[in-house]
Design a protein around this ligand. Structure first.
Ligand code: ISL
Ligand code: CA
Length: 543
């Protein structure tokens, strides 16, 4: 199997709005990222992925793009972008951009044209349909609450938007749309960027008979044709990393989208492990208890199914998900650092390319704002109104769900130090800083050799040293254990065993971890004792 640079990468995801403000307007920006490149280099990551930085009215923080060729005014200018790209490359860091082409903003010139008249040349760039008996064309609900169709009086038709009504879906069946997107992609690639993370890319193909559709358009007919065409016409002409965001994708589908030989994408983000604490009906807005055997079963299934045929993306966190230490770990002060390290190790020693979401390397936690008006995320605000105003969920239950699940948990500003606003801004932050910043911040973590930060730095260094971490085969060792996760990685004669206690109480060391292997990494001093301490993780190596 040919090896690719992105298999050996460690990706760091930056949510630019919340990373570093350089001019005091309360919004993170590109110059702010430039100021922090030394920090990222020191951490030992090799690729930066930026959430969307294109011109946008920010109904969904940049996922509603009104001009793909311009930089969002809040974030800076094209000259700032070019300076960032150059500075990143000078630091030996690659730069991956978000590609949002399932939809645009309703303020994109294509849509402004499209809605003018039924015979406008851009009409067919989007998905317009007649209503059915005074109702929307089908019953699809948008991800951000309410119907996925909005009626436009000007032409008396509905347009499709899987997300907010300010995010109309593009019509990928139209070849002109596809060509316009490819041209835009080439423009960015020719500037020298190193890849794309592709937003909801498995939803671009809509059913021909949309009126009859019930399930949302995931993995629709023609999606592989479109991605193969994109690969042929654009991606294959550059040396890139591509990763598709693909909710609702199984390992078998992953082999089609991102098999080593399939000429579509390099990797994808699967979502199965993001659903284990969600209610079948109300999803994340009615969180329920998750179980370790389920988590292990999902992750192990992906490890085994893709081995040798495709490549896993390893993530606990992103800008849409609650903070992992609060979710699968324990964010109480006495366990926060221990459990953040344990979770980091369990993930980073799997086979695949790990993604670190900003602040994860500090063990940043969820936030619990008291009042709804402190939240900014459109999904959170819309869901509150949809569920509470209709009486489906009581206000207190909904606030608890928001504290657990809101996307804003991940979006509070990066905590750099213990000065005002955590060193993120000298102005008023667009979203309040988590009040725990005086004790959880980068300056303290960098000064403390036992911090989560140093643990992540060590993991990144070990990855460069031991090929078994990147390429080893995965074997789950104790599928049914309810409190511990133990697995082995093997590459030729190299053996790595990872054993983790997911609870706050002592647990027996799993049998497979009772070896004479040397401890490569751990979150406690090494011991011969056959007890795993609270949230202990041991990474053992046979040489
Ligand atoms: O956030 C989610 C669950 O809380 C998902 O349903 C999410 O909306 C979905 O994974 C798609 O996410 C991506 O596209 C959205 C954007 O809002 C997200 O930030 C982005 O990651 C629309 O562009
Ligand atoms: Ca700014």
């Amino acid at each position: 199997m040919l090896k690719h640079w992105w298999q050996e990468a460690v990706v760091y995801q930056i949510y630019p709005r919340s990373f570093q403000d350089s001019n005091g307007d309360g919004i993170g920006d590109l110059q702010g990222i430039i100021q922090r490149l030394d920090y990222l280099k020191a951490l030992g990551v090799t690729v930066l992925w930026l959430n969307p930085i294109y011109q946008s009215p920010n109904d969904d923080n940049g996922y509603d793009i009104s001009d793909y060729t311009k930089i969002m005014t809040d974030f800076g200018t094209m000259a700032d972008f070019e300076a960032l790209l150059q500075a990143a490359h000078a630091h030996g860091l690659k730069l991956v951009m978000d590609l949002v082409v399932n939809h645009t903003s309703d303020e994109h010139p294509w849509f402004i044209e499209s809605r003018q008249s039924k015979d406008n040349p851009y009409r067919d760039y989007y998905i317009w349909r007649d209503g059915q008996n005074g109702q929307a064309p089908n019953g699809w609900q948008s991800f951000f609450s309410g119907p996925a169709w909005t009626y436009d009086a000007q032409t008396a038709q509905y347009y499709l938007h899987l997300f907010s009504k300010k995010q109309p879906d593009l019509n990928w069946a139209n070849q002109a749309v596809r060509q316009a997107i490819y041209q835009m992609m080439r423009g960015w690639l020719d500037k020298g960027i190193d890849g794309f993370r592709m937003d909801v890319i498995n939803m671009i193909a809509k059913p021909a008979n949309i009126e009859a559709a019930t399930a949302l358009p995931r993995n629709g007919e023609h999606v592989h044709e479109y991605l193969q065409e994109m690969n042929r016409e654009v991606l294959s002409n550059y040396d890139l990393m591509t990763v598709g965001e693909m909710d609702g994708t199984t390992p078998a589908m992953a082999l089609q989208y991102a098999g080593f030989e399939t000429h579509e994408l390099n990797m994808l983000f699967q979502f199965e492990h993001m659903q284990i604490d969600c209610d079948p009906e109300l999803g994340k807005w009615r969180p329920h208890q998750w179980s370790l055997p389920t988590l292990k079963a999902i992750m192990s299934k992906w490890q085994v199914a893709l081995d040798g045929q495709a490549w896993n993306s390893l993530y606990w966190n992103n800008h849409d998900q609650p903070r992992v230490v609060s979710r699968f770990g324990d964010d109480r002060p006495q366990y926060r650092v221990l459990s953040a390290k344990m979770l980091g190790a369990v993930l980073h020693f799997l086979q695949g390319t790990p993604y670190i979401y900003q602040g994860e390397e500090l063990g940043m936690t969820n936030v619990a704002f008291a009042s709804l008006d402190q939240y900014r995320d459109i999904e959170t605000l819309n869901a509150y109104h949809a569920l509470v105003d209709s009486g489906q969920v009581a206000p207190a239950e909904m606030m608890a769900a928001i504290h657990h699940s809101s996307r804003d948990n991940a979006r509070t500003p990066m905590q750099w130090d213990d000065s005002a606003n955590a060193g993120f801004t000298t102005g008023t932050p667009w979203l309040a800083v988590n009040p725990n910043y005086p004790t959880i911040n980068a300056a303290m973590a960098q000064a403390d050799p036992d911090s989560v930060w140093h643990f992540y730095q060590q993991m990144n260094a070990l990855r460069r040293q031991y090929p078994v971490i990147t390429y080893g085969h995965y074997h789950l060792l104790d599928p049914d254990a309810k409190t511990t996760w133990c697995y082995q990685r093997t590459l030729d004669a190299q053996r790595l065993v990872v054993a983790a206690n997911f609870t706050a109480s002592p647990q027996p060391v799993p049998k497979a971890a009772q070896t004479n292997y040397r401890q490569l990494l751990g979150n406690y001093p090494p011991t011969a004792a056959q007890t795993m301490r609270p949230y202990e993780v041991r990474v053992l190596f046979n040489a």
